[in-house]
Design a protein around this ligand. Structure first.
Ligand code: NDP
Ligand code: GDR
Length: 329
């Protein structure tokens, strides 16, 4: 088999790092776009396990300074790399933050996607494109949500992702592009950003168990989510691009839990009672909440053969263990 080349935007994020590991293990040459930061160490830390010295002649991981707000950069990179597969994972991905930065979120999360699609089209290559779409596009639609459920996003982030989703569908239909929209429900891991609710909770559990803190302040505990395990979702992304034809796929476990239930399981795993340690802070409420997201993964299970194995309660334990291990050095 000839060696394949992939380009990943958002390679420094939770999913990007797992996807890079997966593709490197499969023999791919992997190119990733890394944003400029005042400290490079900080935003490439999730790639430590696969980082390769730029002087290594055998290396298959290449990191390029860049940003999805820069169309010229994307055009040049795609033309030069000629990737077989492009994964667009770059986004301002925090729902609460998108209410504070709506313009910026739209620029990165919505326009970034169409800039990348256009770069692939302009390069006149046969690259397959994966767009990281989200259950947030469903918003208030009643669960369980599937590929045929109507969209009703509730945040600038959800609206921006819906633009990117339809852009992906449009490029598939207009230019016969192999463009997949993976509509992923929440997925977490020890690499999850510390301000998303699961990691915020498991990190707090570790610190409270170690006697470093007493409380954690949260918003809406009644929200229902369908939490899966991020490495499995990276595998789902790859699998959808190996399928015979491009399509839209819900990626989910199908198992619901409230934020309260996740917290209860996480605290209990460390022998703690969540009621002693969780306080409400309205700052973490959103101007418009998404009450319940529970995916129907029947299509991806049937057509792609992907099925979630880790569910939210095991995930809570895995993340607590990882945060406690990190704290004890
Ligand atoms: P993260 O927030 O962990 O990662 C986002 C990535 O995008 C980071 O690498 C970040 O770089 C990069 N990025 C942000 N802005 C830009 C920009 N302007 N130009 C280039 N890169 C940029 O997200 P996840 O890994 O959790 O998610 C991956 C994708 O999947 C995102 O698009 C997200 O919206 C989507 N998604 C995630 C779900 C989840 O539950 N995790 C569910 C559904 C969809 P930096 O490291 O420098 O910040
Ligand atoms: P979400 O994830 O908005 O679903 O988006 P997040 O973990 O931020 O919130 C989940 C639910 O928990 C409630 N919540 C809190 N959330 C945060 N962050 N902090 C708190 O203190 C808190 N208290 C309660 C929220 O209101 C919400 O209902 C994630 C992101 O990864 C998106 O990029 C992705 O598209 C979706 O998942 C699917």
């Amino acid at each position: 088999m000839p060696v394949k080349t992939a380009l990943i935007t958002g390679i420094t994020g939770q999913d990007g790092s797992y996807l890079a590991e997966l593709l490197l293990a499969k023999g791919y040459t992997v190119h990733g776009i890394v944003r400029h930061a005042s400290s490079l160490i900080a935003n490439t830390s999730r790639l430590d396990a696969v980082y390769q010295d730029p002087h290594d002649a055998e290396r298959r991981l290449f990191l390029h300074k860049g940003d999805v707000t820069d169309a010229g950069l994307l055009n040049n990179l795609v033309r030069d790399i000629e990737p077989d597969e492009v994964y667009n994972l770059a986004a301002q991905s925090h729902v609460r933050v998108s209410f504070d930065l709506p313009d910026y979120t739209a620029n990165v999360t919505a326009l970034g996607a169409i800039r990348l699609l256009e770069a692939v089209r302009a390069a006149r290559i046969d690259a397959k494109v994966y767009q990281a779409s989200t259950s947030e596009m469903f918003g208030t639609a009643a669960p369980p949500q599937s590929e045929t459920t109507g969209f009703h996003p509730r945040s600038p982030y959800g609206v921006a992702k819906l633009f990117a989703h339809w852009a992906t569908v449009n490029y598939r239909e207009s230019y016969d592009m192999f463009a997949v929209s993976g509509i992923a429900f929440n997925h977490e891991s020890p690499r999850r950003g510390e301000t998303f609710v699961t990691r915020k909770i498991t990190r707090a559990v570790a610190r409270i168990a170690a006697g470093l803190e007493k409380k954690v302040y949260l918003g809406n505990l009644d929200a229902v989510r369908d939490w899966g395990y991020a490495p499995e979702y990276a595998e789902a992304m790859w699998l959808t691009l190996q399928h015979g034809a491009p399509d839209d796929y819900v990626i989910a476990t199908g198992r619901p839990a409230t934020v309260r239930e996740f917290a209860e399981a996480a605290f209990a795993h460390a022998g703690l009672d969540w009621r002693d340690h969780i306080e409400h802070d309205e700052r973490y409420e959103r101007p418009a909440e998404v009450p319940a997201l529970v995916g129907d993964p029947a299509k991806i299970e049937r057509e792609i053969g992907w099925k979630a194995r880790v569910h939210w309660d095991e995930l809570a334990r895995v993340m607590v263990d990882a945060d406690r291990a990190a704290l004890s050095g």
